[in-house]
Design a protein around this ligand. Structure first.
Ligand SMILES: [Zn+2]
Length: 281
């Protein structure tokens, strides 16, 4: 993951001393240059080079030294010659993983900026605050920050089996770990126990934090845990879960894309299970 590749900042270099990476959005669609099997954001000093006039620009920081901007253009602007609008999910495994990470940051900031033009408390038009990523109301001083919705992911293990489930909106055959949003007043651990109980009727124990991943659809932070089965029979909640079952580690279903934290969680747990299998003579 990109722990060191990206350095966030608020104030762009002035003047711009080198071509920047531009993450240009129309709604949630990113403007990319595509070739078979790959895609890249725009590179240049100004968006005018591409004939684009953005309605909003945000400096994001530097990726391996290169300045990065998020920009938004109006809904009726066609893609310039040779470029394409694309949703981020369609760019998994196509756009470089580090670029995908910055694109996720960019889409959340443009979405937040677009939806916080007016104060939620008094309705006055808000203004950008120069010293932090926030919009402030000049009338009542209410500050509006980009919102982030934490969600917990749980992979339940029982001996050499994993509990995997599918939502109706998953690709055909694909199964994954369970996940759900944290409710007001709830800890991550409480959320996990509740979600697993509600979605499949199973009790868990030995919760162990694995890792986290920003999930910009539209503004989640997915926090992933491993846990052990503690009791109950699988009883899927039909409003959320289409199917759920125990899968032996040698007979796994179709799994999520390798870019997702779900896949990293499943792969790491399988590696643990294989390492703890008794060596055979
Ligand atoms: Zn206000």
């Amino acid at each position: 993951m990109m722990f060191h590749a990206f350095e966030p900042a608020l104030t762009p270099p002035e003047p711009l001393d080198q071509p920047a990476l531009w993450f240009v959005f129309q709604g949630n669609q990113l403007l990319v240059r595509t070739a078979p099997g790959e895609a890249a954001p725009l590179t240049g000093l100004r968006l005018a080079e591409f004939g684009l006039e953005p309605v909003g620009v945000h400096y994001l920081g530097r990726h391996r030294g290169q300045p990065c901007f998020a920009a938004e253009v109006g809904a009726d602007i066609p893609a310039p010659e040779g470029l394409t609008w694309s949703g981020l999910r369609a760019l998994f495994g196509v756009l470089d993983d580090e670029m995908l990470g910055i694109a996720g940051r960019a889409v959340q900031i443009t979405d937040w900026d677009r939806t916080h033009r007016f104060c939620g408390r008094c309705g006055t038009p808000t203004e950008r605050r120069p010293q932090e990523r926030a919009r402030v109301c000049p009338s009542c001083q209410q500050t509006h920050y980009p919102r982030i919705a934490p969600a917990v992911m749980a992979l339940v293990r029982r001996d050499d089996q994993l509990l995997l489930a599918r939502s109706p909106h998953f690709a055909p055959g694909m199964h994954s770990a369970l996940a759900g949003f944290v409710e007001a007043g709830e800890s991550l651990e409480e959320c996990l126990v509740r979600e697993v109980r509600e979605e499949v009727g199973v009790e868990v124990q030995n919760l162990c934090y694995f890792s986290s991943q920003p999930w910009p659809f539209p503004h989640s932070l997915m926090i992933a845990f491993k846990c052990d089965y503690a009791g109950g029979e699988i009883t899927p909640d039909p409003s959320e879960i289409e199917a759920a079952a125990w899968f032996h580690l040698d007979e796994l279903p179709i799994l999520p894309n390798r870019v997702s934290i779900a896949r990293r969680l499943i792969d790491a747990t399988i590696a643990d299970m294989r390492a703890s299998e008794a060596p055979r003579a």
